[in-house]
Ligand binder design. Structure first.
Ligand SMILES: *Cc1c(COP(=O)(O)O)cnc(C)c1O
Length: 471
């Protein structure tokens, strides 16, 4: 064994090899870093030899093996961990795939602000310190009708800040039917206990009446909270108190009435025949004192949480220490500003420049045409077959779980590998393609694919096809 191990070349010898020098130059990394990689691989080879997992005949073979391993490592090391994917799942606001994607206009604004200095907290008019809060506040007021607004890191943060700043050590009444968990990590009851607001549950899972709220009000009560149960629906024998009535109860008893809307629809998708998601402006008009919602769900902007409503309450939130802790970055504000301006413009074309809205409203006929054009071009792939299939896409992001949107896509099949293997191949590309299984076949939904995605998909499938030809 000792004799064998002695065949392992020393680090400095490997480090002198031209292949290794190439890696160092290509990646522009230090000698020390490369040395560390080589040492790791040498140790790995030693382990392989001592455990008889691999036999090496001579020194050159060991050397080659180590160089190969370092090369592989260098290639993977340079790859970004966060990468673009092609979302062919048919879920538009996919929480695992980054939710909303941003418009070109929003991205241009982000790049411009991030690349240069900005007036993030400076008033160029007055020549003095300004507030980052004021950057998008006017726009939020314009598109929601609110008196005032504040932006924080995400909607979970918005809920937390609101409860902490306005209801700490006091009681907040919530219907049992609304004590939901969203996206696996946001639980109304947990956020509330973290904020030190005291949860008072009223009603039952399926029914809550106005007297349930009235009975629960006492000296300690400061707030009624309504949580929009975005991702699940109780159907059948149900009852809940609507916004107007809850606002009236709150007003009569001097309480704050706050609705956590979750999705934050700024336009009425019901007008387009999609779902029954409440519109932020309507909820405020119906009497809610405060609402909060996400920036990257239906709104189609960056990750953010928006609180909008009564000025005296928003002022309390702005002044709270946590507002500093939960504040958003300039890139977020830039993306949000441009996205909100699209809503403020309000024309069809400005709304359709928001990718999430475009994907939700894209007519099924247009998707069908895209699939047909794709099929014509895809016939060159001899090892793969494609069939058009109609399907249903979903909104996602915990929004309108029941809502199915007519869509089209392709079933991809191969005579030489299984649907499962095909799915793995697509998922392991440099630009991963994420599809889903439909009738035990691999299905790619085209609702969320724009022309750039489809071109990329052609290239990826051609490359997989080529690999299959030589299999
Ligand atoms: C999604 C959601 C949240 C959490 O929002 P994030 O922006 O993901 O933090 C909170 N409340 C409701 C009702 C939601 O739907």
């Amino acid at each position: 064994m000792k004799e064998l191990l002695r065949r392992i070349p020393p680090v400095h010898e490997i480090q002198r090899k031209p292949e290794i020098k190439d890696i160092q130059e290509r990646l522009n990394i230090t000698r020390e870093k490369l040395k560390h990689w080589i040492q790791t691989e040498i140790e790995h080879v030693r382990q392989l030899m001592m455990t008889n997992k691999r036999e090496f005949q001579h020194k050159e073979e060991i050397e080659e093996y180590i160089i190969y391993q370092v090369k592989q490592k260098s290639m993977n090391w340079e790859k970004d961990n966060l990468t673009r994917v092609i979302n062919a799942t048919g879920t538009i606001l996919h929480t695992n795939l980054g939710r909303a994607r941003l418009s070109d206009e929003a991205l241009e604004h982000v790049a411009n602000v991030a690349k240069h200095y900005s007036n993030l907290e400076y008033s160029t008019k007055k020549g003095e310190r300004g507030s980052r809060h004021s950057i998008v506040e006017e726009l939020i007021k314009e598109v929601t009708g609110a008196e005032a607004a504040l932006v924080v890191n995400n909607n979970a943060a918005a809920v937390y800040l609101t409860l902490r700043a306005l209801a700490k050590n006091q009681e907040v009444i919530v219907s049992r039917g609304e004590l939901v968990e969203i996206g696996g990590s946001f639980r109304v009851s947990s956020i509330m206990s973290e904020s030190d607001a005291q949860l008072v549950e009223v009603g039952t899972t399926n029914k809550t009446h106005d007297f349930d709220y009235l009975d629960a009000i006492n000296e300690q009560t400061v707030m009624i909270l309504k949580v929009h149960t975005s991702n699940f629906k109780i159907t059948g024998f149900t009852d809940q108190v609507n916004t107007e009535d809850l606002a009236t109860i709150a007003n009569k008893n001097g309480l704050i009435y706050y609705e956590d809307l979750g999705s934050g629809a700024l336009i009425n998708l019901e007008d387009y025949g999609i779902g029954d998601e409440p519109v932020v402006r309507d909820i405020l008009e119906a009497g809610a004192h405060l609402v909060s919602f996400s920036g990257d769900k239906l709104l189609g902007g960056p990750q953010a949480g928006i609180v909008a409503g009564r000025k005296d309450l928003i002022d309390v939130l702005k002044r709270h220490q946590l507002a500093r802790v939960l504040r958003v970055d300039k890139m977020t504000l830039a993306a949000l500003e441009t996205t909100l301006r699209m809503y403020a413009k309000g024309t069809h074309s400005s709304l359709m420049s928001i990718p999430a809205i475009r994907d939700i409203l894209r007519p099924a006929s247009e998707i069908k045409e895209n699939v047909q054009a794709f099929l014509e071009k895809a016939t060159a792939n001899t090892m793969l077959t494609f069939d058009i299939r109609d399907s249903y896409a979903t909104i996602g992001g915990g929004t309108m779980p029941d809502e199915q949107v007519q869509s089209y896509g392709v079933l991809v099949q191969s005579s030489v590998i299984s649907p499962e293997q095909l799915e793995i191949r697509l998922r392991n590309q440099d630009t991963p393609v994420i599809g889903r299984f439909l009738d035990e076949q691999l299905f790619l939904d085209f609702r969320t694919l724009d022309h750039n995605d489809i071109d990329q998909l052609h290239r990826i499938l051609a490359s997989i096809n080529q690999d299959l030809e030589v299999m």
